[in-house]
Design a protein around this ligand. Structure first.
Ligand SMILES: [Fe+2]
Length: 312
């Protein structure tokens, strides 16, 4: 796993410079093998007053008691604890603008993906990560690969773009081997995390999935998980629960300085956030069909191990 710095300067990107098609494919390939793409700057405008607003709200004990999510498709904030409607509206406007800027940037840096992605949530993370009191499965400081319990991807990929807006303190991460190596080590009965059953192999599971699909089609909000999504969620929990792995696996440490950006496939790159406060983030769900190296996608790795389809 490596940290790859984008070659085009932030100033040039801000002025609209675009990498060549070949370079954009190269960046995608790096992400798909589990590398982190790093930008030593913020290549779009976040007005100074907006940054101060985000930073000061927390310091004054205001509206940011926890992470704030911005649901891009609904243009709606969740997790905003303040009572001041003007503050909520301003936060929403800042998040909307951040989401749009990040998306404009990635549509050139990662051009092969731009026709085949969905914008997931954006978030503002105002809390100090070091020492957060969270339940084991929610802890960010334990190494894991991401899986969304309520938003299964059916084999599509979770790409996250981060910006450290802390004016003086880096955001510190730790990583270990990427998903393909971890799956070789831990997926399967002997490794401790049983492989998924092939799609349609278990009558009980298929029937249950069928019932859920019908319920969903008539508007009952039920999550239908493919065998792939079910495994990814179990694997996320398995890694966090595995204290021997957490303690003894080889580790790399990364500092993301103030006013920098980075992006990573968090379903491929095992990661933990050790410390840091004040980050913005935008998540993309990238179609598995848009991969430039599809054989490296977690769904393909698992399907190869199982010898059958895991998504429909
Ligand atoms: Fe994560």
């Amino acid at each position: 796993m490596a940290l790859i710095t984008i070659e085009t300067s932030s100033d040039a990107l801000r002025s609209g410079a675009k990498p060549s098609d070949e370079k954009a494919r190269e960046y995608c390939a790096h992400l798909e093998r589990g590398d982190i793409l790093f930008i030593p700057g913020i290549p779009f405008d976040i007005p100074h007053d907006d940054l101060q607003f985000l930073l000061q709200q927390r310091q004054s004990g205001g509206a940011f008691h926890k992470n704030v999510a911005y649901r891009t498709n609904e243009d709606r904030l969740t997790g905003f604890a303040g009572e001041n409607a003007a503050d909520a509206e301003r936060t929403r406007a800042i998040m909307r603008s951040y989401s749009q800027s990040a998306t404009r940037l990635l549509s050139t840096l990662l051009a092969p993906y731009r026709e085949d992605w969905k914008l997931d949530y954006a978030s503002y993370r105002p809390l100090e990560e070091d020492g957060r009191d969270l339940s084991l499965h929610k802890r960010n400081d334990l190494l894991h690969t991401d899986a969304f319990p309520s938003r299964p991807t059916n084999g599509d990929r979770i790409l996250r773009f981060f910006t450290n807006i802390n004016p003086s303190v880096p955001r510190k991460w730790m990583t270990t081997s990427p998903f393909d190596a971890l799956a070789q080590q831990f997926a399967g009965k002997q490794g401790g995390c049983p492989l998924p059953e092939p799609l349609g192999a278990s009558t009980v599971q298929s029937t249950l999935r069928g019932i859920k699909q019908v319920a969903r089609s008539v508007g009952i909000p039920i999550t239908v998980r493919s065998p792939y999504d079910d495994f990814m969620l179990r694997f996320h929990n398995f890694l966090k629960e595995n204290s021997d792995f957490q303690k003894n696996c080889p580790k790399d440490y990364w500092d993301f300085p103030p006013n920098t950006c980075w992006m990573v496939y968090t379903d491929m790159t095992s990661h933990a956030v050790l410390s840091g406060q004040y980050a913005l983030e935008q998540t993309y769900i990238i179609s598995r069909h848009a991969m430039v190296t599809p054989e490296k996608a977690p769904v393909r790795i698992l399907e190869k191990m199982v010898g059958a389809a895991l998504v429909s």
